[in-house]
Design a protein around this ligand. Sequence first.
Ligand code: SF4
Ligand code: SF4
Length: 420
Amino acid sequence: MSASLSKGINAFKEVIDAPIASYFSSCVHCGLCADACLFYNETGEAKYTPIHKLEPLRRVWKQEYTLLGKLGKLLGLSKPVTDAELTEWEPLVYDSCTMCGRCSMVCPVGNDITYMIRKMREGMSASGHAPEDMIAATTRAVNIGSPMGVKWPAVLAQIKHVQAETGIEVPVEKAGADYLVLMSSMEIINFPEYLSALCRIFKQTGVSWTLAQDAFEATNSGIQIGASDLAREIVSRIVVAAERLKVKCVISPECGHAFTALRWEGPNLVGKPYSFDVKHILEVLDELHKAGKLKTKGKDSRPLTYHDPCQIARRGGVVEQPRRLLGEVAADFREMPDAGVMNWCCGGGGGVSANTRAEPLRLQAFKVKKRQLEATGANTLVTACANCRIVLEEGLEHYHMNIPVVGLTEIIAEHLVEGE
Ligand code: SF4
Ligand code: SF4
């Protein structure tokens, strides 16, 4: 057995905790998870059945932790997991799973298959079976602070641009501010309008906020690749900055998995409760609106629909807030079929969009999103995750659909009552 395989199998053994063992032992092989998965649904290929993607992990569990499995291994009836199998499974675990959580919603015995995939990725990355693009992104996140290699001077350039455009000062390193604002690399590089929208909204609502020079990036590629130590380091940077600046709340940006990493996984990763709250920007905007501080005027007359990012809606519970906010600014809002917690993934979550090898499969899986969109007749698509936004734009372009994609925060900023 090679050193990396042995490391991977040991990592598999280590990640098999009580939930994983109970999930494998309670699986009734009903196959219901298959129909919930966009990759199975759009290809019809059995290998994309969610529980099948975990087969090497299941074998390790059976051989190491069950009496029958141990006996089978001793008698040579059950073969150990090999390096070749892990190579074969790598595209199943990384390219054909966005960790969207849809399969976990339908499992009749309550298996959290997404959690199992995350755990399996830990073993895969430890054995050297992670996609090259994701390894590179994670290395940049650790060495530079951002998976896309964004450094503070790039943020500073955006800050100057936004200040010139809005005439509003962007606060940096402001100790005692209520909110620490994070951004995703994609927002910094592709969507500077997000920071501009925040400036205008926070000015109107009188919110005290700040950016931190050493913790502006919310993206956590450690979570995506399945490397808990790296995920911990990335979360720790934010925790250190939030504690240093003594903020009350950290705002997770329009990025799906950043919210999962920071809000739900973060305290476990750093091994202590936070001294601050973590909220998604849509939760903050909804609270400001409810408090009567966020005031909008006029409505967008275009037929609009909303794509629920998986980590924000299904895994994060932020479902009503975007609808309340859209209700304020959209005259013709149309729900997609399966909207809300059962929405279909854009196809690019969980690091899939950063994995070039996965692109043809991702575009094939996008057909379900295409059908959802066509059913609404909407000509504009709103979302709240910069990664979804890029993936949606690519999918729409691929299928020659002329539908612009916009961030919800920006739409709100476009309708602010002036002079307040
Ligand atoms: S988490 Fe989503 S993409 Fe992954 S197996 Fe389940 S349904 Fe498929
Ligand atoms: S839906 Fe649940 S019980 Fe059925 S095959 Fe999938 S994991 Fe097993």
